[in-house]
Design a protein around this ligand. Structure first.
Ligand code: GLN
Ligand code: ZN
Length: 786
């Protein structure tokens, strides 16, 4: 392809799949509830795809993409394509139906007539360092692959029928295998490579016969630390694929980070084009271009696909022009850094947005337009005189000085923090004694993680209040009633440290985002989290500070209802950062510390108002870890510092808790210890004994609450099973350190599940207390902490 009309070629790596108004979500949920037909669902999908293609055409994208749509998840689509259906799902013969695909992802409610067991849904995990979740492939002993779906071909034909010769996007074979889990240790990687190759060859042939010109293989694992065996696989697999169908051009795509030691791979293997994420790769680009074969396409990911900021044309054009020093304009394509499905669809849906902020932003549709403009500016002699260029630069300049964004007092306050502000007054041992004196907790204290069931009624009232259809007074009375109910309930059950239930919060980040300066909550900025689940990440656009008290009113009220300690409940700086769109004009660490400073003020005020136990949740601490190990240390340093800014402002007698969940903590326990929270509650019921074993290796210095109840399952855990986990924990932890709690908040559960489960949990703690005190009177040396 040669550039036409003096424009560089453009393409994208995927367009958002949920639809401009989350149509896919609603269509999926209606279908799952049996309220609409498969035909309706497929029609909705058709319209979404068509809209995406039309928008690409309007933005003069040179080659539109297909197979970027998915009914649930693109990795699950790839699993179906290669027919890697775990045997527990009893696939049978023939193609994989959409219903089976949904069952694999979501499980099923009832066992089928022939079977009496319900197969476990497939595991889901975070896609690299994004907040998108994919279904984890599973490979079994004697794994067999065969074409299980024709979705990519159908979508290609669908686009063709509408007049688009598209570039199909597929997850590359090596990444697909790498991201999977081997269910049997005897399975060899080499065996999987051998088996998957013929299938990918078949796919290439099929696309070629359908008339495809290009095919994109995404191999994002090239931005990870991968073992040599996996690096070698690229040298083996790609030549064989290329040889099979030489006329079909392969674009290999990577994103989310620099290539580092994997750079050699992409310059050596026989591909026709390569896509590179410039936003995460930086200077490495020039080394790559130096060795680039001028006849091969180089796709420059110049527009950030992970964030929502307007592209700085001046900056981008500098990079593009430097790239053109190495390769001819026919070989240079422009693209977003990665798929656009990590950003919301369009700014047009934001009706109430401040105009100054709007001028700083670009969602998916605006990014398409940016590519459109950049592709022509790039080959223009005097682009500086172009109106669109000038307008872009005006917005970029404005952002640099806007008083909406920059607040010098925040920077001053941050600079004024002293070393002593980052640590508690006394070491843990001293604090523990003072806290015990004040709180008088029994051995194995029981508590919960914060939220109580969010019933349909609570959600309805909150939404009516937001829309102004009930008064503030009526709303507050309602919340107070709910708090009263759960405080009484917790007292009745006999929990030791109580919570207020978090009824006033829709979401643990949005709630605080709404109350902090520097955060913007959009109206319609939805992105897919998994399946039909979407999230609306706040946008951190400016210096963050606390404009008002955020939780004091509710915590104070809750404490007034009981003599037992009431735990104040806050979201930590790293989690707020990780679950938002962040600024690209200052390092993440500065933004994290600003948030920490705002939380610090809330912590102090909670303490001043008589709240003696304060929990700062950091469920995202682990998932915010950089992709490459070499970057971990720096991350931990500022993450720990941020947590300490938020928490180290209280008296020794005030107890700081933190909570983390659903990740593996074994290898980061040392970093967690450095947070110096008095108590940490961790998930343990799923990863179970694995986590307990890590404590045998690393002696955690402070108190630990091990989650003994998996709240993501509707099952009510028995006293005996929770006791078993606790006894096991006591084999590696001193008895004075152990707390008893569920492994996460209870908001997704119902009271029918919560009440008996908590009763069983409190009973387990009571039995354990008896056991240990009895034993101690016979055998006084047991389990003393060293
Ligand atoms: N305090 C929050 C809750 O209980 C914690 C949620 C989380 O860890 N994700 O809901
Ligand atoms: Zn949790």
């Amino acid at each position: 392809m040669t550039p036409t009309n003096n424009r560089l070629h453009t393409h994208i790596l995927g367009y958002p799949r949920i639809g401009s108004n989350r149509q896919l979500k609603f269509a999926l949920e209606a279908y799952w509830k049996g309220e609409s037909s498969l035909h309706d669902l497929i029609q909705t999908a058709k319209t979404i795809k068509q809209e995406g293609w039309e928008k690409q055409r309007k933005a003069q994208i040179s080659i539109v993409s297909s197979n970027d749509f998915s009914f649930y998840d693109h990795v699950l689509d790839a699993i179906c394509l290669i027919g890697a259906i775990p045997s527990r799902f009893k696939r049978g013969n023939g193609p994989i139906s959409l219903d089976l695909l949904f069952t694999m992802a979501r499980g099923m409610e009832k066992a089928s007539a022939e079977e009496n067991t319900i197969p476990q849904p497939m595991e889901m995990t975070k896609w690299f360092d994004t907040n998108y979740h994919y279904i984890v492939p599973e490979f079994e002993k004697d794994q067999h692959f065969s074409l299980g779906s024709s979705k990519p071909f159908e979508e290609f034909k669908e686009a063709k029928y509408l007049g688009y010769l598209s570039k199909p996007i597929l997850l590359g074979p090596i990444s697909l295998l790498f991201l999977g889990k081997k269910k049997d240790p005897s399975i060899k990687n080499a065996e999987l490579f051998e088996k998957i190759l013929p299938l990918y060859e078949e796919i290439l042939k099929e696309f070629y016969s359908l008339g495809a010109d290009w095919i994109e293989f995404d191999e994002p694992i090239l931005t990870l630390d991968i073992p040599t065996e996996w690096q070698k696989a690229f040298y083996d697999v790609y030549p064989r694929l290329k040889q099979k169908v030489p006329a079909l051009k392969i674009l290999l795509a990577t994103y989310f980070g620099p290539l580092k030691e994997n750079r050699e791979i992409v310059v050596s293997i026989p591909i026709d084009g390569f896509h590179y994420d410039w936003t995460r790769g930086g200077q490495e680009l020039y080394g790559l271009l130096q060795n680039w074969d001028k006849n091969k396409v180089f796709s420059l990911g110049i527009v950030d696909g992970r964030n929502i900021w307007k592209n700085d044309f001046s900056n981008s054009l500098k990079v593009i022009h430097s790239a053109l020093d190495y390769i001819p304009s026919e070989s240079l394509w422009l693209a977003p850094s990665c798929s656009l499905h990590f950003v919301p669809v369009s700014l047009q849906a934001e009706k109430k947005l401040n105009e100054e902020l709007r001028a700083c932003l670009a969602f998916a549709d605006e990014k398409l337009e940016e590519l459109n403009i950049l592709s022509s500016l790039a080959l223009m002699e005097n682009y500086q005189n172009d109106e669109q260029f000038k307008e872009n630069q005006k917005a970029i300049e404005k952002r640099k000085t806007s008083s909406l964004i920059h607040d010098p007092t925040v920077h001053e306050r941050l600079a004024a923090l002293k070393e002593t502000d980052l640590s508690r007054k006394s070491p843990y041992r001293v604090r523990k004694e003072l806290q015990q004196k004040k709180l008088r907790l029994p051995l194995f204290p029981t508590t919960t993680i914060g939220s109580f069931p969010q019933t349909a009624e609570i959600r309805r009232i909150r939404s009516r209040y937001r829309h102004g259809s009930i008064s503030q007074e009526a709303y507050e009375t309602f919340i107070e009633e709910e708090i009263k109910r759960v405080v009484e309930l917790q007292e009745e059950i006999g929990l030791d440290v109580l919570v207020h239930g978090e009824f006033e919060r829709t979401d643990m980040v949005e709630y605080f985002g709404e109350k902090l300066n520097g955060f913007l909550i959009t109206e319609n900025g939805w992105v897919q989290s998994y399946g039909s689940r979407c999230v609306k990440p706040p946008i951190i656009f400016g210096d963050v500070s606390r404009k008002e008290a955020m939780t004091i009113r509710w915590s104070k009220f809750a404490q007034s209802l009981t003599k037992k300690p009431m735990k104040g409940m806050l979201t930590g700086p790293i989690t707020m950062l990780q679950w938002s769109f962040v600024r690209d004009d200052q390092p993440r660490k500065i933004t994290a510390k600003q948030i920490a400073l705002a939380i610090r003020e809330e912590v102090k005020e909670l303490e001043k108002n008589g709240i003696g136990v304060i929990q700062i949740d950091e469920p995202a601490l682990r998932e915010a870890l950089p992709l490459r190990k070499i970057d971990w240390e720096d991350y931990f340093q500022w993450a720990i510092e941020s947590f300490r800014i938020a928490s180290c402002c209280v008296e020794d007698s005030t107890q700081i808790h933190t909570h983390m969940c659903y990740s593996e903590f074994g290898d980061i326990l040392q970093a967690i210890a450095k947070l110096d929270a008095d108590v940490i509650s961790l998930e343990a019921s799923r990863s179970g004994f694995e986590l307990i074993n890590s404590f045998a290796k690393f002696r955690y210095p402070n108190d630990i609450g091990l989650g003994v109840w998996d709240i993501h399952s509707p099952r009510i855990p028995t006293t005996e099973e929770m006791l078993a986990t606790l006894r096991k924990a006591l084999s590696v932890l001193p008895k004075e350190s152990l707390w008893v709690n569920p492994d996460c908040g209870l908001k997704t559960r119902s009271y029918q599940e919560v009440i008996p489960s908590l009763k069983n949990m409190v009973e387990a703690a009571r039995i354990l207390r008896n056991e240990v005190t009895k034993k101690a009177s016979v055998e006084p040396t047991i389990a003393e902490s060293p």
